[in-house]
Every structure is written in C-alpha cells, then in structure tokens.
Design a binder for this molecule. Structure first.
Ligand code: MTE
Length: 320
C-alpha cells in the first residue's frame, strides 16, 4: 500500500498541478463519484481509492508519546458521529449523515502569499515524503464538550516549510473548500463561506500543531475533515479547520470565520482558557463525551508547559 518515493523538502515545479488539470480531475471525480454511488447501489462497485494512503503509511505511524495524553480515548463512533462541520448542517449528526457527498480524491491545495513556492498542488504532492505520527490530543470545543482523539498527522511545520515562507510571512491563513453542490450546508448563509481560519506563524510552526490526515489508525472520515484538517490542541476546536484547499502566508492577521461572525464571542487566538468566560457561558468546566461528570478545563487545554511562552506579554483577557 505504501509508496515512499522520496523525501523532498520543497516541491519541484513538475509537482505543481496546472489549474485546468486539477479542475478537470475534480469534475471527473465528481462524475466518477456519482457513477460509483450508482454502481454501489447496483452492487457491482464497492471500492473508492484512498488518496492519502497512496503516499503515507498510516498503519505503522509511530505514536509520539511526548506529545500524547494517556487519558482514555473517546469512543470512535462518538468521534465520527458527533461533529461540528457546518458545511454539512448545524446539527451534530448532520456531518456523518451528509458528508459522503464530498469527493476527496483528487484533492488539491493552493499555496499563496509570502512564500517562494506558491502554486496549486495535488494532495499527494503536498504529503509525499512527510512522516505521519499518531498524537493523542484532547479536543476542547468552545461549546463546552471535549474528546480525546488518536489523530494521525504530519507536523504542520514540516508541511509549510516545503513552500519556503519568506520573512514577510507573519501569519498563515487556511480555507475550506467552497462547493455547495457537495456541501449542502453552504446553500444557507449560516456562516460566511468558505470557512476560514488562521494562526500566527510561531503557532503554526509549533511542534504540537499538526495537519491531520487520519484518526483511529485510518484516513479521516469526511465528517472529520477529510482529506486534510488542522489540529491545534491548545486552542478551541473551531481553530481546527477541516477539508483545507487553500493555505496563504500573510503579513497581517487574517480574517477568521467565527471572529467575523461574532467578534465579541470568538477571538483570533481562541486559546483554551478556563479563566476567560464566553460572554454567554462559563469556560471553566467541560463535559468529556462518554463520561458522566463534568471536569475542570485546563489552561491551554493542558498544554501550558509547551505553549505558554508563545503568549508572554500578551493580555489573554483582551486577546481571547
Ligand atoms: N471546519 C470547518 N470547515 N467547518 C466547521 O464547521 N467546525 C469546527 C472545527 N472545524 C468546523 C471546522 C469546530 S466548532 C469544531 S469543535 C471542530 O471542527 C470539530 O471537529 P470534529 O468534528 O472532528 O470533532
């Protein structure tokens, strides 16, 4: 299953997928997807190719104990059926119900802004040669619940370095796919589409930050953000943007979806902070999915030792 071709730090010009080709591939795949659905219904076509596993060996990814919590894992079926992915609806079970419509292969990512290697890259080229790891992280949602998830991913720093950000790059912005045909939730204006998120460059390059491609030893289910989603464990879950198609290095703080929607409620930083309440509810405790009693929320979601220094001198009440 694994094809490990080479370990490059920067993509060659030949790896950049020309725009007309990836557009064609996407159209082809959508048609192929419809064909596959019809085929599956007829009982003669059952397999869909898995892009991520063509270039990354997810099965033997080493666990990074140094970064992982040893708390009990949240049940896999809770992780994959209780989701926030407004592109498929605002209900917790909508993503599991409707995300099948998302075609994740082929997939391409446009890299833009302050870097030496901008371009539109096929997902395989974005990931090829990177070493996936398993990281067991707490995910604390701003709504007050949390999970413990065994992610598979690559350090975001390794992925970003391929595109050689310049010294002008102080932030990195991410965007989710916009395609109301596949993402039925985008037919309504519940959020300003496409979903956007961003990190300061030092947050993006921090060793805890990963680009996840899987969970529970398998490629990401669509409802969890296939084929590529951010995981920033010391921040509220909404920073962990799903199904990313665009990465842009910027000089100034990029606009982010929830901050644009309700700036008093959702800041750019969104660091988990039990001392700073959401205007409409307390953030001091959380409900771990699958557990009966609520528990205390930890500063920086328990990753303070690793990340507190990033915010030295910053007023965390104002920069929430
Ligand atoms: N990314 C996109 N594109 N759209 C979304 O609605 N929801 C966010 C985040 N990423 C969201 C998103 C929120 S609020 C949370 S808590 C996490 O995804 C949930 O991730 P999970 O469903 O994998 O647990």
């Amino acid at each position: 299953m694994l094809i490990r071709t080479r370990d490059t730090s920067a993509p060659a010009a030949s790896e950049i997928t020309p725009e007309p080709i990836y557009r064609d591939r996407r159209r082809f795949l959508r048609q192929a997807g419809q064909f596959a659905v019809a085929g599956a219904a007829a009982g003669w076509l059952r397999t869909v190719p898995a892009g991520v596993t063509d270039v990354l060996d997810l099965e033997s990814s080493p666990r990074r104990a140094k970064f992982s919590t040893d708390e009990p894992l949240t049940a896999e079926d809770s992780v994959t059926t209780y989701n926030n992915f407004y592109e498929f609806g605002t209900g917790k079970t909508d993503p599991a119900q409707y995300a099948d419509a998302l075609v994740t292969e082929p997939w391409s990512v446009t890299v833009a802004g302050a870097c030496e290697k901008p371009g539109t890259y096929a997902l395989e080229d974005v990931l090829r040669g990177l070493a996936p790891e398993e990281r067991i992280y707490r995910l604390r949602c701003v709504e007050g619940w949390s999970m413990v998830i065994p992610w598979l991913g690559v350090p975001l720093a390794a992925l970003l370095k391929r595109y050689q950000p310049t010294s002008a790059a102080r932030y990195v912005a991410f965007q989710t796919l916009y395609d109301p045909d596949q993402m039925r939730g985008q037919r309504r204006s519940v959020l300003e589409w496409p979903y956007r998120e961003g990190l300061r460059m030092d947050e993006a390059m921090h060793p805890l930050t990963i680009m996840a491609v899987g969970l529970y030893g398998k490629p990401l289910p669509n409802q969890n953000g296939a084929p590529l989603r951010l995981v920033v464990p010391w921040k509220y879950g909404f920073k962990s943007i799903k199904s990313i198609v665009r990465i842009e290095f910027t000089e100034t703080e990029p606009p982010t979806t929830w901050n644009m929607m309700a700036p008093r409620e959702y800041g750019f930083y969104a660091n988990v902070n039990p001392q700073v309440d959401h205007p409409r509810w307390s953030q001091s405790r959380e409900r771990r999915i699958g557990k009966l009693f609520r528990q205390d929320t930890l500063m920086f979601n328990g990753y303070g030792e690793q990340v507190a220094s990033l915010y030295r001198g910053l007023d965390l009440r104002r920069n929430y």
